[in-house]
Design a protein around this ligand. Sequence first.
Ligand code: FES
Ligand SMILES: [Fe+2]
Length: 413
Amino acid sequence: MLPPAERMRALLEGRRPAYSLQRELYVDTELYELELEHIWGREWVFAGHGIEIPGPGDYLTLPIGHYNIIVLRGADGVVRALHNVCRHRGSMLCDQAQGSVQRRIVCPYHQWSYELDGRLARARKTDAGFEPNDHGLVQASCEMVGGMIFVSVAESPPDFAPVASLVGRYLAPFDLEHAKVAFSSTIVEDSNWKLVLENNRECYHCKGAHPELCATFPEAPLHSGGGEGDDLAALQQIVERCEAMGLPSAFTASADHQYRAMRLPLLGTARSMTHDGEPAVARRFGHLPADNIGDVLLYHYPSTWNHFVADHAVTFRMLPIGPMQTQLTTTWLVPGSAEAGVDYDVESLTSVWLATNAQDKVLVERAQRGVRSPAYRPGPYSTAEEEGVIQLIDWYATSMQGALGDGLQGAPA
Ligand code: FES
Ligand SMILES: [Fe+2]
């Protein structure tokens, strides 16, 4: 069999545009490893929210393929990304998805301890000549925008400034730095990460699958730049009305569609993504001048998509944990002043997306089981309904092909 990089190149060169990918790209372990290296090991990955780690020593962990990162707030208030690997003999330092360390990070193996900025603080009985300054935790790149933390494990990550500029503008009115986490859920879907993301990038399946979501969310493909007639008119209307209020709203995507921000109208008189369209929270975020401001959508490949309405936000962190397994963490944010049981009820707040996630889990796991069959053949995406999926798969293929090159380097002349 050909080496994995050559197999990947051949598959991507041979793929049919606007068709789903070949079977191997959804099931093969070696090709998945290449994706970990060239996509997940290179791009910015959404880690979580600054408000999840409010104080010094508070951390969350972020598994990115074989990497594991401690995203930790230092004594100086700065959020850093530290590789979760002890500099003695490599033990993982922090096991929990989220937690807090006291003054220092202490390795559970032989108790080397590290300052909250990663410097080695203490190591017992080291040999003469041991240099503590050479044994601090390795840092990864970390950026925060609009309260959202992004991490890249690449030595030279892509320029984050354009992402920060777009995301920062759209999120500023929500003031998420002063929001609070009302609920969080993590599930594992037995499905390749691309099938999970593909499912997110279209609403072709919504009518048949998501009665709760479809109560307020337009299934028309406005979210990927499509739509027509009344749907498009409603979009234009909310964009104009909100822009006039100083709220960024226009559909804005990077040229390669790796990230996008936009505002969508909700259906009818809905003001929130709830079962009846009424706000779930009796407060509204930050500096928002009204509550009928639709839904701000934000995605960034490969790891996140998000919804922001006036009274709450729902964010998604998607991480690959195997060729056919994906972890999805959903987090509900509410205004910082809102009190559970007084201003909102957690069940009403979370019911639409908990139901939608459960429905999507069934869909993507069923898709994975079908794609695993040797009888699977790539099928055509609908350009009217699945333009977002086409954009995603084109981005994926271009990214992988760019990383793998044409295979001629080092070849004999
Ligand atoms: S591996 Fe961490 S102290 Fe030994
Ligand atoms: Fe869905």
